[in-house]
Ligand binder design. Structure first.
Ligand code: SAH
Length: 217
């Protein structure tokens, strides 16, 4: 009989084929990152057996880990290169931060709820991911201490893309984030080229609110 670990490995491979590749996620580095990160480590114990269903799942404190397909779509649009420094706002369980650690040189996660941040730090350490740092605070203001960032991604929705993030982006940098009204938002891609800011809308999405000074107050 297959061990629990083997079952999770098979479920993870199946998720990558059925929910990601079959729906247009073809970036080989993104698919490989999903193969390397055990999603079951990041969800509440009661939901471990659902870890590879393509849906959001509770991570505690009323927050959720996003649906794998949406995370993959966001990462593919983010186009992270191995030499990049990335800011992950709303780090939550640390799952997306862990995926980013396989794509980038350096990842900074920001989470406003301390208990979630503490748990994320422990999970990331257990996975030996040493190029990530989790900070506790209001990520709607970015994280100036380690700016500029080549890429910024966020798993919570502000009314609009926070100006602080655009300021903390490198020239040629990219932001992928949901933004818009409280009940339903659009996924946005923002590119910075000198003083020119190019904005693209990708698709409709639903995210938890980004609570903070440049988010929902
Ligand atoms: N990407 C995460 C899940 C995101 S859920 C994962 O993989 O688990 C969104 C997270 O954003 C929640 O944990 C919430 O607490 C956090 N959040 C909301 N507003 C925030 C803010 N201003 N700064 C930092 N984190 C925030």
């Amino acid at each position: 009989m297959a061990s629990e670990e083997q079952k999770f490995v098979a479920a993870r491979r199946n998720m990558i084929e059925r929910h990601l590749r079959a729906r247009g996620i073809r970036d080989p580095r993104v698919c490989e990152a999903f193969r390397l990160v055990p999603r079951e480590w990041f969800v509440d114990d009661a939901y471990k057996s659902d870890a590879y269903v393509d849906s959001p799942l509770p991570i505690g404190n009323g927050q959720t880990i996003s649906q794998p397909y949406i995370v993959a779509l966001m990462l593919q649009e983010l186009d992270v290169h191995p030499e990049h420094r990335v800011l992950d706002v709303g780090a939550g369980s640390g799952y997306q931060t862990a995926l980013l650690s396989h794509l980038a040189a350096e990842v900074h996660g920001v989470e406003r709820i301390e208990t979630l941040a503490d748990r994320a730090v422990k999970t990331l350490a257990k996975l030996n991911l040493t190029n990530v740092t989790i900070h506790v605070g209001d990520g709607s203001l970015g994280w100036p201490d380690h700016a500029p960032y080549d890429r910024i991604i966020c798993g919570a929705a502000a009314p609009d893309v926070p100006p602080a993030w655009i300021e903390q982006l490198t020239d040629g940098g990219v932001i992928v984030t949901p933004a818009g009204p409280r009940d339903v938002q659009t996924l946005r891609r923002v590119e910075k080229h000198g003083t020119e800011i190019r904005r693209t809308e990708l698709c409709g999405v639903r995210f938890v609110p980004l609570l903070g000074e440049q988010g929902w107050r």
